[in-house]
Design a protein around this ligand. Structure first.
Ligand code: G3P
Ligand code: MG
Length: 381
């Protein structure tokens, strides 16, 4: 049976990805000497936002990176382990919260590296887990492969679960309703077809795109998928691939103490899986502090002017502003030259002095202090 029965992934297919840079002119920076020899990567949670609230003077700090007419003066990106929504939606939301114009190419999320994986799952059934719009995120990445004629079919774990009666024995005790991402125009005939397809096709990969909302159900269903070789309720088979967008044990949101993150969910899933299955859980994640993410940010996202100029930029300094010593600062240290790490006190790190295990190159109170330091050092302003 062909997975083309599933239409969710194809909603965005065929939409042309417009060049994220086309709308912004870099004319003011066009001559080699005008171009700043430095760039900035901002962590989001605990540095520029706490939940949905700007922190540390972040709107003011970011405005300093644009000229009076709103043109970008200083190359910068957001480098976060967070996710759940597409880069374009996150760029729009950040722009509104912070009062500046942000392009999708300036947003690197925990799941952004998944873009490079989708062609491994040509015409395969894939499940996307987590808050937000996990299936839409993966479907949008599929755009990048359409020119190759490839196709993946992504179902959110909410929708996937809905095709298996009684798979979650606690469902009747849950007092919330689950939005399943199912197209409202879908006919009952189509739903029946999807159900048959899902119950007979093996899941080839699970992508944890955002934080799990319902740990008990997601751990149950992922264990089912992973230990049966992709077909819950059936005989066992080889473990499908499992990818996590990040492995953060804790992160800073609005509540004064840190909150459990995707790394905590991974530990819970792994501990349970390894008790019920003889072969240990295998999984992969590409995220901070992996130096790969920093290298990619430098060559693909920060080096934006190369799309309009042929010269290869050589940054003298790239500043990573983060709140988590074990993630942001450690990653910048491992990435090495030209990364310079700045630790703020608005998030996970609240110490007086530097962190003992992963000391930053500089510790400041807020992101505004960090930008102030950078602009004084680089531009004398
Ligand atoms: O879920 C988000 C969190 O794990 C980390 O976000 O922006 O601090 O990398 P950030
Ligand atoms: Mg953070």
């Amino acid at each position: 049976m062909k997975h083309r029965l599933f239409t969710i992934a194809s909603r965005s297919r065929g939409r042309k990805q417009s060049s994220p840079l086309a709308s912004r002119s870099f004319s003011r920076l066009s001559s080699q000497s005008d171009r700043p020899s430095f760039g900035i990567a901002f962590d989001i949670d605990g540095v520029v936002l706490l939940g949905h609230i700007p922190v540390g003077g972040s709107p003011r700090a970011l405005r300093r990176l644009y000229d009076d007419s709103g043109e970008l003066k200083i190359p910068f990106v957001f480098l976060t382990n967070g996710g759940g929504f597409s880069e374009s939606k996150r760029a729009q939301d950040l722009g509104q919260l912070l009062g500046v114009d942000i392009l999708p190419s300036q947003v690197i999320l925990g799941h952004t590296p998944f873009k490079q994986l989708v062609n491994r799952f040509e015409d395969k059934l894939v499940v996307a887990v987590g808050k937000g719009e996990p299936a839409a995120v993966m479907s949008e990445y599929d755009i990048w492969t359409t020119s190759l004629g490839l196709q993946i079919n992504v179902l959110s774990i909410d929708e996937y679960t809905s095709y298996f009666d009684a798979i979650d024995p606690l469902a009747t005790y849950k007092r919330w309703t689950t939005k399943t991402d199912i197209d409202q125009n879908i006919t009952s005939n189509e739903t029946a077809k999807r159900k048959i397809a899902v119950q007979t096709e093996r899941v080839q990969a699970a992508f944890v795109v955002g934080d799990s909302v319902d740990w008990s159900r997601d751990i149950q269903v992922l264990c089912d998928i992973l230990r049966t070789g992709g077909l819950p309720g059936k005989e066992t088979g080889n473990q499908p691939h499992l990818f996590f967008a990040n492995d953060d044990l804790e992160y800073q949101a609005t509540f004064p103490a840190e909150r459990l993150g995707m790394g905590a969910f991974r530990i819970a899933l792994e501990a349970i899986y390894n008790r019920i299955h003889p072969i240990p859980l295998a999984y992969t994640s590409y995220r901070k502090p992996n130096p790969f993410v920093y290298g990619n940010a430098e060559t693909v996202n920060l080096d934006v002017e190369n799309t309009t100029n042929s010269g290869i930029r050589c940054f003298k300094t790239l500043y990573m502003i983060g709140d988590n010593p074990k993630i942001d600062i450690r990653g910048a240290q491992q990435a090495g030259d030209p990364w310079f790490s700045i630790l703020t006190r608005t998030g996970v790190f609240k110490g007086k002095d530097n962190h003992s295990e992963f000391p930053a190159d500089l510790v400041v109170d807020t992101v505004e202090d960090a930008v102030d330091f950078i602009l004084r050092k680089e531009c004398g302003s």
